[in-house]
Design a protein around this ligand. Structure first.
Ligand code: ARG
Length: 268
């Protein structure tokens, strides 16, 4: 046991401690292996866009925390992995996975056909749908109602796709932002009339932002979505382990425990 502790200390020392996020991100995400008690521990680089509570946000030490982080940590525990979880940003995350700079993307990512061309996804781990956030007085009951409004979205999301379908590509009334909080800020500042984004996230804004006078609207005709954990296309070995871990935590109650912590008894 003493040998192990010594070994761990040496490994930590050689690792150089806490590098800046950008520096780490520029390194190759070679699935590193570290010597441990008789076996090898896979070290995996996990990326997220840590501006999407309750799924991910920057924790007190600027390390991402949230539902997604707890899920991937639980999966890592099943598989005996060590994780390096970093904020990457939304667009960079997709690039990083594609280039092999990061191994795993978990960021409330909706599984869709377009993304499946380029990436592989785990089994679904969360059900979601789009909501329209508007001032309480707004006359909006369905997605078509935002057609002539100024709308803010996070660029490159399924919410952006949906808004674009209604407003038309290149419509100057449709404003894209790098993250969702910026889109919601635009609504609070009255520079747009609506935001389209995922249900749990907009509900979280309603609950926690302290801003009065806003509501979310669900159009039952909009196709529901499911989140998946994303890996580089063809990385079957990793995907199989992720799915195995997901299955295990769904069976052993760990998933439910995490779910309750973030969403209470709300139905899945
Ligand atoms: N589910 C939506 C999508 O996949 C939005 C996800 C945005 N996630 C984030 N962490 N910003 O397009």
């Amino acid at each position: 046991a003493l040998m192990l502790v010594l070994l761990a200390v040496m490994v930590a020392a050689c690792g150089g401690g806490d590098k800046g996020a950008s520096q780490q991100a520029s390194g190759q995400a070679e699935q590193g292996k570290e010597a441990s008690s008789g076996g090898e521990k896979k070290v995996l680089k996990v990326g997220t866009d840590a501006a999407y509570p309750p799924f991910e946000k920057q924790g007190p030490d600027s390390k991402p925390v949230g539902f997604d982080m707890d899920i991937i940590k639980a999966i890592a525990e099943v598989n005996g992995w060590e994780l390096q979880i970093e904020h990457a940003g939304w667009d960079p995350l997709f690039e990083d996975i594609d280039k092999g700079k990061r191994d795993i993307g978990i960021s409330a990512i909706t599984i869709n056909d377009e993304r499946k061309q380029k990436y592989d996804f785990s089994d679904p781990y969360f059900d979601a749908f789009q909501l329209i956030m508007v001032p309480e007085s707004a006359n909006v009951t369905k997605i078509e109602d935002i057609k002539d409004m100024r709308v803010a979205v996070q660029s490159g999301t399924t919410g952006a796709d949906l808004a674009e379908k209604v407003l038309g590509k290149g419509n100057p009334k449709l404003k894209g932002f790098d993250d969702t909080p910026s889109a919601v800020e635009e609504l609070y500042a009255k520079r747009v009339d609506a935001v389209v984004a995922d249900n749990a996230v907009l509900n979280d804004f309603l609950k926690t932002s302290g801003k009065e006078g806003y509501k979310v609207v669900k159009d039952p005709n909009v196709v529901p979505e499911q989140y998946g954990i994303m890996v580089k296309k063809g990385n079957k070995e990793l995907l199989d382990e992720i799915n195995k871990g997901l299955k295990t935590i769904k069976e052993n109650g760990k998933y439910d425990e995490i779910y309750k912590q973030y969403f209470g008894e709300e139905k899945k």
